[in-house]
Design a protein around this ligand. Structure first.
Ligand SMILES: Cc1cc2nc3c(=O)[nH]c(=O)nc-3n(C[C@H](O)[C@H](O)[C@H](O)COP(=O)(O)OP(=O)(O)OC[C@H]3O[C@@H](n4cnc5c(N)ncnc54)[C@H](O)[C@@H]3O)c2cc1C
Length: 389
């Protein structure tokens, strides 16, 4: 039966890493928050590797994103520490650094080229010989031709973080309802007034935040041309376990294997995340044998002992892709309707920065730098950002 929940300052549709972080941060600022998600944290956030990689993610043609990535990375130590203080839980944040390695001569040349570009942007990265790579990660294949060290590219255990955020939200008084949002409710003037759930209940709020990752455009009740263009980009990731106690090796390894990208992210508990594919297949999360095969094949070329490791699982998730690979964070042209989506490959890296921007927006009406440089309407046909909260 349809009913009306007590109203909140903000209702968040979607509890992935972005929605949960925003809800937690908004609650820290004293706002009342209601978050709805049929399976909190089980979208792309559950599949992800959790790399926090401002330098390795800086690529040709996306020079302006580097500032945003560095600002996001700088917030991580404090964000993780505050969340641990609030919950008593370990997020698995590790300042471990990353090495990028090339398997053959052309892979090495490509890494050198990227390194020159990254250093040109003032990013912290240095060249490594093949033996220096193996000194840092002794299990690397003797075939590896060399690489680069990115000392500031770290990681968080995505699943530990999600569980910490859910606990943090509960302790901060966020109401969490495990229901799907079907549509945005609005008043006669078109302003958002809340959301309608799959059971037909209305949750009223001062501001509606759509943060359903790749599913954000599927939420109804919003006029066309308001929600920015976000598309699902499928990614498979395999999880393995190396024998013994402790991590398989000390830092993240990102490899180029005959032109294909492959990474191995070692967790403190001995598990290793191997990723990732990037596929344009719509809303499809089936795990495909060919993806498992090619990820394992590339991983074992970089680290041959992978053959001896335990296979745990493979999962596929949908990254919320945007046309320029930058997120959409802030108000839409509909009064009192905001979005936080489009984080593509960097939802974990950008989560603290996004949460801070949303909390600031909710309390002051303005999105702070550097995310103000990425207005929500920048890819909509007639740019018209609303000022309504
Ligand atoms: C293989 C892979 C590896 C990745 N590796 C990294 C990495 O190393 N580092 C990094 O920073 N990022 C990484 N990412 C990207 C990262 O996972 C995403 O950017 C991030 O999860 C986006 O967060 P989100 O909260 O917007 O979306 P999601 O995490 O997908 O969460 C969306 C949530 O919305 C909910 N939802 C959907 N529809 C509705 C609805 N109608 N009503 C209510 N709730 C709804 C879903 O249940 C889900 O919980 C990776 C992604 C993949 C797939």
């Amino acid at each position: 039966m349809a009913s009306r929940a007590p109203s909140a300052d903000v209702v968040v549709a979607g509890g992935g890493v972005v929605g949960l972080s925003a809800a937690w941060e908004a609650a820290q600022r004293g706002l009342s928050v209601h978050l709805l998600d049929p399976s909190p944290g089980r979208g792309a956030a559950w599949v992800a590797a959790g790399m926090l990689a401002p330098v390795t993610e800086a690529t040709f043609g996306e020079e302006s994103h580097a500032r945003m990535f560095l600002a996001a990375a700088a917030r991580w130590p404090d964000f993780a520490a505050r969340l641990t203080r609030a919950t008593g839980m370990d997020t698995g944040f590790q300042a471990c650094g990353t090495i990028a390695v090339g398997l053959d001569a052309s892979d090495r040349a490509a890494i050198d080229q990227l390194l020159e570009f990254q250093r040109g942007l003032g990013l912290d990265a240095s060249r490594l010989s093949a033996s220096e790579c193996r000194a840092l990660v002794p299990t690397l294949s003797p075939a590896v031709r060399g690489g680069a060290l990115m000392p500031g590219d770290h990681q968080v255990d995505n699943r530990r973080l999600i569980l910490s955020l859910i606990e943090g939200c509960a302790r901060a008084g966020v109401t969490l309802t495990t229901e799907r949002v079907v549509s945005v409710a609005s008043d006669t003037k078109g302003a958002a007034t809340g959301v309608v759930t799959e059971r037909g209940d209305t949750v009223a709020a001062g501001t509606v935040l759509l943060a359903a990752g790749a599913y954000t455009p599927k939420i109804g009740g919003v006029p066309e041309g308001v929600v920015p263009p976000v598309r699902p980009v499928k990614g498979h990731a395999v999880r393995l376990r190396a024998p013994g106690d402790g991590p398989a090796f000390a830092r993240t390894v990102r490899g180029l294997v005959r032109g294909r990208h492959c990474y191995l992210v070692p967790r403190a508990d001995g598990s290793v995340v191997v990723g990732a594919t990037a596929e344009e297949r719509g809303y499809d999360t089936t795990v495909q044998a060919g993806a498992v095969h090619s990820l394992l094949d590339d991983a074992r070329l970089l680290v041959p002992t992978v053959d001896e490791w335990e296979y745990l699982e493979c999962a596929a998730g949908l990254r919320p892709g945007s046309p320029d690979n930058a997120p959409f964070v802030g108000p839409t042209s509909v009064p009192r309707l905001a979005v936080a989506t489009g984080h593509y490959r960097n939802g974990f890296l950008l989560a603290p920065l996004t949460a801070e921007a949303i909390a600031t927006y909710l309390t002051t009406g303005a999105v702070p730098p550097p995310l103000d440089a990425y207005p929500v309407d920048r890819h909509l046909p007639a740019a018209r950002t609303g000022s309504g909260r």
